[in-house]
Design a protein around this ligand. Structure first.
Ligand SMILES: Cc1ncc(COP(=O)(O)O)c(C=O)c1O
Length: 475
């Protein structure tokens, strides 16, 4: 007998209980799980290849396959030791929001289909506008992540500033800008050379003088500069560009001013962050990633625009079979503001935690991350032979092992080896990056579950690895 697709309520409860048991055991064990282990990943992937499923298997057996096998070799992105890249989160309330949203499964990109649900999502967007200091009439949309938010920003800027003949349009960002800007530009129809990469200064902030010169050069050469994409927290070092100056430059030259605050933006909830992100509110568009700065599970980005009609100009299109779209102020059809028509109801995964935990809980958690990053930077500067590359501007600490006895030429390889050996201990996972010709390591403190004790473990491991490594590198 085939299983019914829609289980009875008692059967549903049993499924929920089984899932909860697995989830609870998994979350409880996160601090002791390896921080990131994918060794023999090929073997695992091969072992999980499956034929067409002939007979259904019991739910618990499927859970065992997922939790016991598939999940066994992964970067532990939900654990406290994940200090790599830009950590995501794993907020329980957000996951429950998703679960509920998927169970009620309403259509939420058309206002008429679920006005109450659209209103809750609109409330969340309004709260975010307040976080960044945008005016009352600003709004935006929730999307799957920073990259998609950036795509909608580039398309909106292109439509408004250049119209349909955009072949000579030029976008400016620094050499520290996230590659999603280049990708968005490419998908939006610009060849790669239409994104001008401006050098950054010693603090990894865009060199504004050079930017001004490049714009002048391009104008002389017949190009059409139309967008400055500034950084409010770079991936490499957490650097924040001089936003007030860039805003002024954009205004004087009539350019679209975009701020990539995917990583850094929600720090505006803290006193320190708000001060450092001054000028963000002068943007035409801002990318925020709740799956970074609000500790949500992956899959939620956000684009805010000063003027929502800019989004509509770039995205709105309807058809005979569609219900009527809203014309009244304050009523939004999200399908007219972004590329998606059918999509999951993203509002609840934000509304539920923000309403039931409150913004203050998030502000405190972010403040704590800033403290922990400062602590890491201070401790690293005190450690022999470690060099911190500038004070952390947010919660990323970029540093490197710089044993003076080592030849300069071996420093990059030495740092890669430090990273490999620290990660092999499996208490933390670190990633590195290139800053110019220097390979540097990073500690990014953003995971909901990362505390000072875990960062202390990272420092211990760095210290002990470096002490044993000097010999191998001929120091
Ligand atoms: C500064 C910055 N901007 C944009 C992105 C792209 O965001 P997503 O990965 O959500 O597409 C990232 C991702 O880490 C980022 O760090």
């Amino acid at each position: 007998m085939p299983q019914p697709l829609d289980p009875s309520m008692p059967a549903f409860r049993t499924l929920l209980d089984q899932a909860f048991e697995r989830i609870a055991a998994h979350i409880d064990s996160l601090p002791t799980q390896p921080a990131g282990y994918v060794g023999d990943g090929d073997d695992l992937a091969d072992a999980l290849r499956e034929d067409w499923p002939k007979e259904p298997i019991p739910f618990d057996a499927a859970l065992e396959l997922f939790f016991g096998k598939a999940l066994s070799k992964t970067y532990n992105t939900a654990g406290p030791g994940y200090l790599a890249y830009i950590p995501g989160g794993g907020l329980v309330h957000a996951a429950l929001g998703d679960f509920i949203a998927q169970m009620v499964n309403r259509y939420s990109t058309v206002w008429l289909a679920a006005p109450g649900l659209v209103q809750l999502e609109t409330n969340v967007l309004r709260w975010f506008c307040r976080v960044v200091g945008f005016p009352e009439r600003a709004l935006g949309l929730l999307c799957s992540g920073g990259s998609l938010a950036t795509l909608s920003a580039v398309v909106s800027a292109r439509e408004k500033m250049l119209g349909s003949d955009f072949s000579r349009g030029m976008i400016y960002t620094s050499d520290q800008g996230h590659h999603c800007i280049g990708k968005a530009a490419r998908i939006a129809g610009f060849p790669v050379e239409r994104v001008r990469v401006v050098p950054s200064d010693d603090a990894f902030r865009i060199n504004c003088d050079r930017l001004a010169e490049m714009i002048e050069e391009d104008l002389r050469d017949g190009f059409r500069p139309f967008m400055i994409a500034a950084n409010a927290g770079t991936t490499n070092t957490g650097a924040i560009d001089d936003l007030p100056r860039l805003a002024q430059m954009a205004k004087e030259r009539k350019l679209w001013f975009h701020v990539d605050a995917a990583y850094g933006g929600f720090f505006a909830l803290t006193r320190r962050g708000k001060q450092r992100l001054r000028g963000m509110n002068m943007a035409d568009s801002i990318v925020l990633d709740p799956h970074k700065g609000l500790f949500l599970p992956y899959g939620t980005g956000c684009l805010l625009v000063r003027d929502p009609s800019d989004l509509e100009r770039a995205h709105a299109l309807s058809a005979e079979y569609m219900p009527p779209m809203q014309v009244e102020d304050g009523r939004y059809d999200f399908c007219q503001m972004g590329p998606e028509l059918s999509r999951d109801y993203r509002g609840l995964r934000l509304w539920l935690p923000l309403k039931t935990l409150g913004f203050e809980a998030f502000a405190n958690a972010l403040d704590d991350k800033l403290d922990i990053a400062e602590y890491a930077a201070e401790e690293l500067s005190r450690m022999d032979d470690f060099e911190v590359l500038g004070e952390p501007q947010l919660s990323v600490v970029a540093f490197r092992w710089n044993d003076r006895r080592l030849p300069k030429s071996s420093l990059n390889a030495a740092n890669k080896e430090v990273q490999r050996r620290v990660n092999a201990r499996q208490r933390v996972m670190l990633t590195g990056t290139m800053l110019g010709d220097r390979y540097v390591l990073r500690i990014c403190v953003l995971h909901l579950r990362t505390d000072r004790a875990r960062v202390a473990m990272a420092l211990e491991d760095l210290h002990s690895v470096a002490s044993t490594l000097a010999n191998d590198f001929g120091a």
